[in-house]
Design a binder for this molecule. Sequence first.
Ligand SMILES: Cc1cc2nc3c(=O)[nH]c(=O)nc-3n(C[C@H](O)[C@H](O)[C@H](O)COP(=O)(O)OP(=O)(O)OC[C@H]3O[C@@H](n4cnc5c(N)ncnc54)[C@H](O)[C@@H]3O)c2cc1C
Length: 378
Amino acid sequence: MPDAIVTGAGIAGLTTAIALAQKGWRVRVRERAARLEPVGAGIQLSPNALDVLHRLGVPIDQVGIAADSVVLRDGPSGRRIATVPVSSSDGRGYRVLHRADLQRVLLETVSGTSGVDLYLGDTLVDLDADEGGVRTAFETRQGTTQDRSDLLVAADGVHSAAARLLGFPAPVASGATALRFIAGSNVPSGPAAIEAWLGHRRHVVRYRIDAAGTQNLVVIVPDGDPSVGPVVTWDPALAAILAAAEPVGSWPLLTVEPRWRAETGWPIALIGDAAHAMLPYAAQGAAIAIEDAFVLASCVSGGGSPADGLRRFEALRTPRVKSVLDRVAFHKRVYHLPRPLSFARDLALAVRSPTSLRRDLAWLYDWRASAGGDDSTN
Ligand SMILES: Cc1cc2nc3c(=O)[nH]c(=O)nc-3n(C[C@H](O)[C@H](O)[C@H](O)COP(=O)(O)OP(=O)(O)OC[C@H]3O[C@@H](n4cnc5c(N)ncnc54)[C@H](O)[C@@H]3O)c2cc1C
């Protein structure tokens, strides 16, 4: 039985463990944290990610709620600009939930999957490899543990130790910070739809994350001015929710150049934020990590060596990730336009029908992974 070590038990690592074990791998997940705390706040999961989770048997429909559209608003006036449907062409829906609930259903699936062992309190500190396998060292509560596996999957996030040990540059600041808030169900709840208020160098996203009406808010602000600042004057409805919301924390938004490395021939894959941390302007970081996990497991299980599988994996993922990163950059530009350019944006969006706006994102949301890891859309 081939065996893999996965570093990191975030969204990417847990999904990879499930996908590899279902393909007959023995998997050891080694996670730095001593306990898996319910960190983070709300998360949106688009149909491309939900399709993978369904294929893997993750009971994702038991958590969060469905959302059918994103209502775009001009921030400073609160005026509705357009409504963008978020289902895929085949009608697969979109969900909004707390990240802790996603982590919980992934963990439940991991514990119901044979062949996966999860170790907490294990920090990757060293690695070495040749074409036949990978040697790793982890700092654990008992001291340093050496390990060896046929495959190493680095799912250890944007500050990936594996990436650092492999010589990749550190992540860089994007110039923006995300301030996150949760409002309780006692705060007047908006519609089930996701709402986004767009402004110069700032925007706000709000959505409900459960049937009780708990709401998630993300306020994106420039690094030099990390307060909600003018946002509270934009729209009385938004100001009311923000006034009653509890801060969850602030996240400096970092980026990396995609970290691909299959050409070395070493059986080491980087996935999720470790490979291509994405700014949250298209809500795709976790979704693309989930896609990565599924395609990786398919590619390294289709015969041939893990190194051959990784070449196939990166050949499939490189164009997909580039397209998503391009879309993220486009959203960033368009969301944060100053006046009067924002008026032209609003006009261009307002004249389009919801159906035509949905078509812009069909390539993203209609993506489906066949069991062979072929990522053509269907
Ligand atoms: C404000 C904000 C909003 C977002 N909204 C969305 C959204 O709506 N939809 C969406 O799809 N994405 C969203 N994202 C992106 C998403 O949160 C990330 O892309 C996703 O969580 C990345 O998962 P990951 O498993 O790759 O990394 P992480 O979640 O960072 O997990 C990495 C894991 O590795 C562990 N680790 C780190 N170092 C080591 C080590 N040396 N040894 C062992 N373990 C280690 C960490 O403890 C952690 O558990 C958002 C991001 C932000 C900042």
